[in-house]
Design a protein around this ligand. Structure first.
Ligand code: SF4
Length: 501
């Protein structure tokens, strides 16, 4: 199969302060503060740190009128300090706050799952945005669809698309095109399917709004980077995406170089072909091409596999083309994809390999993974390979943490807490543990998790088993032990190996 030139999906330009996304503009990276939005000094310091790291767009949560009003002080101070960073307000639940924020910021993000539209609030916000030159993001989250959408569609990619399209149609009816749209999920397969279906739905209605990409609650460390790279990489490889955020439960400025690495990696690709066949990507239509039930990594036996190695500058397209051109006689032969990397850091290696190879696993085209990387031990490479398989949701070999990046709503030190929870539960198998900053959005966003540890108020934690609250408002000092007791009570505990007890 011949490779055609890399091409980004055509989109209209959207101006966010002094930054323009869409059209022929480079993909912009962005991040979000986790300070209290009422704390002007702390928020400004953090925005400036994020801006120095290279992000031209920074978002802040505005959960109430007070935070909405304080955006004025933050923007004023930022400009006085000489920063022209585009400022975005993140709004949930209270349309009045969106209207306050739109007086001061460059873009307002609303969530169709919890934004009231019954009294013309969306129409009023659009007019307000138009008047001041403010952009709007329709930001759908898998975990917070409205009851009406959920009852009809469930929490499916199709439901996410329906939620976005309702709002986008209102924008289009009012000839407002300064709109960006996102479809985030912590499940890479749901996220990728939702974006692809959204693009198909928008194309069918002649809409060309730019796309904001992100995997929510990706966690931290190398795992968080790999998970984001698989989901975002699959879409960038399709030519989808005009701005991206890599959400990490770390200092927000750490997100920026990872996002930029992804942007640069795809910008330097010599070729790509279009892959917009959403019917193949719906989670229900998903199937691997062979009968291999547990995808392998290179150090495991892989007799009988067809090994396909990528050598070009565009491994995703090269391998995809090679797999799709296998003749019928080989249709059931499992495929192991191989690629050599010479990278200066483990982060570069993991992010690039996840972005190149993860999409092929996610799309059900490959059954195994083989990374060659001189300078790294076999154990290190195997670890990265297993992370990629887990991020692509084809093989689960470790506890998965669905951890939010935190924001102004977080009332405890989530970074340290996540590390403590990982150190006590990281040896468990096939478990998903949600670690979320707030009770307002946390429970919905971690809907996939088996257990949840959610901030309920200053120093207070609420524990969940699945979607059910088990214990409310526990003092934080006791919460980790109680979480472990809960896991034990449900028979999901195994004792850690002696060396990590
Ligand atoms: S779940 Fe985390 S990131 Fe989301 S609103 Fe709550 S604290 Fe902020």
């Amino acid at each position: 199969m011949e490779l055609t030139k890399f091409r980004r999906r055509p989109t209209c330009e959207v101006h966010i302060g002094r930054t323009t996304i869409g059209g022929t503009h480079p993909i912009a990276v962005q991040s979000m503060t986790n300070t209290d939005t009422n704390d002007t000094a702390a928020s400004v310091v953090q925005i400036e740190r994020i801006a120095r790291a290279g992000a031209p767009i920074v978002r802040l949560t505005a959960q109430g009128r007070r935070e909405g009003e304080n955006l004025a002080n933050i923007v004023r101070q930022l400009r006085a300090d000489g920063f022209d960073t585009a400022v975005v307000a993140d709004i949930h639940f209270v349309p009045e706050v969106a209207s306050i924020a739109a007086r001061y910021v460059d873009k307002v993000r609303i969530n169709p799952g919890n934004y009231r539209t019954d009294h013309g609030e969306l129409e009023a916000l659009i007019e307000q945005c138009r008047e001041r030159g403010v952009a709007l993001r329709i930001g759908v989250n898998h975990g917070s669809l409205s009851k009406r959408i959920f009852d009809r569609w469930g929490d499916t990619p199709e439901g996410m698309v329906a939620a976005a399209m309702e709002f986008l149609r209102v924008c289009r009816e009012r000839s407002f095109d300064q709109v960006v749209v996102s479809m985030k999920s912590s499940n890479t397969r749901v996220m990728v399917a939702a974006y692809r279906l959204l693009v198909e739905a928008m194309d069918a209605e002649g809409m060309h709004y730019p796309i904001h990409l992100g995997v929510t609650e990706a966690g931290n460390g190398l795992e968080g980077r790999v998970k984001s790279a698989v989901g975002i990489g699959a879409l960038l490889a399709d030519g989808i995406g005009d701005t991206i955020r890599v959400s990490l439960t770390e200092a927000p400025e750490n997100e920026v170089p990872v996002a930029q690495l992804l942007v640069d990696h795809f910008a330097s690709r010599p070729g790509e072909f279009e892959v917009l066949h959403p019917e193949r990507y719906s989670p229900t239509a998903y199937r691997r091409r062979s009968h291999v039930t547990v995808p392998v990594v290179h150090s495991e036996p892989h007799e009988g596999f067809r090994i396909l190695e990528a050598t070009s500058g565009n491994p995703t397209a090269e391998l995809r083309a090679a797999i799709l051109s296998l003749d019928d006689a080989e249709a059931d032969v499992p495929v192991l994809i191989r690629r050599r990397y010479e990278e200066p850091t483990l982060e570069h290696l993991a992010v690039k390999a996840a972005a190149d190879l993860g999409p092929l696993l996610l799309d059900g085209l490959a059954d195994g993974l083989w990374i060659d990387a001189p300078g790294y031990s076999e154990e290190t490479i195997r670890d990265v390979e297993l992370m990629i398989l887990q991020a692509a949701r084809v093989r689960f070999s470790r506890t998965e943490y669905i951890a939010c990046p935190s924001c102004g709503r977080t009332l405890y030190d989530i970074e340290k807490t996540l590390e403590r929870i990982k150190s006590r539960t990281g040896h468990l198998k096939n478990l998903r543990i949600g670690v979320m900053g707030c009770i307002v959005n946390g429970p919905g966003e971690m809907a996939d998790a088996d257990y949840g540890y959610v901030g309920a108020g200053p120093g207070r934690i609420t524990l969940y088993k699945g979607r059910e609250v088990v214990e409310r408002n526990i003092p934080q000092e006791e919460a980790l032990d109680r979480l472990i007791e809960l896991i034990k009570a449900h028979g999901d505990w195994i004792d850690p190996p002696a060396d990590v007890r």
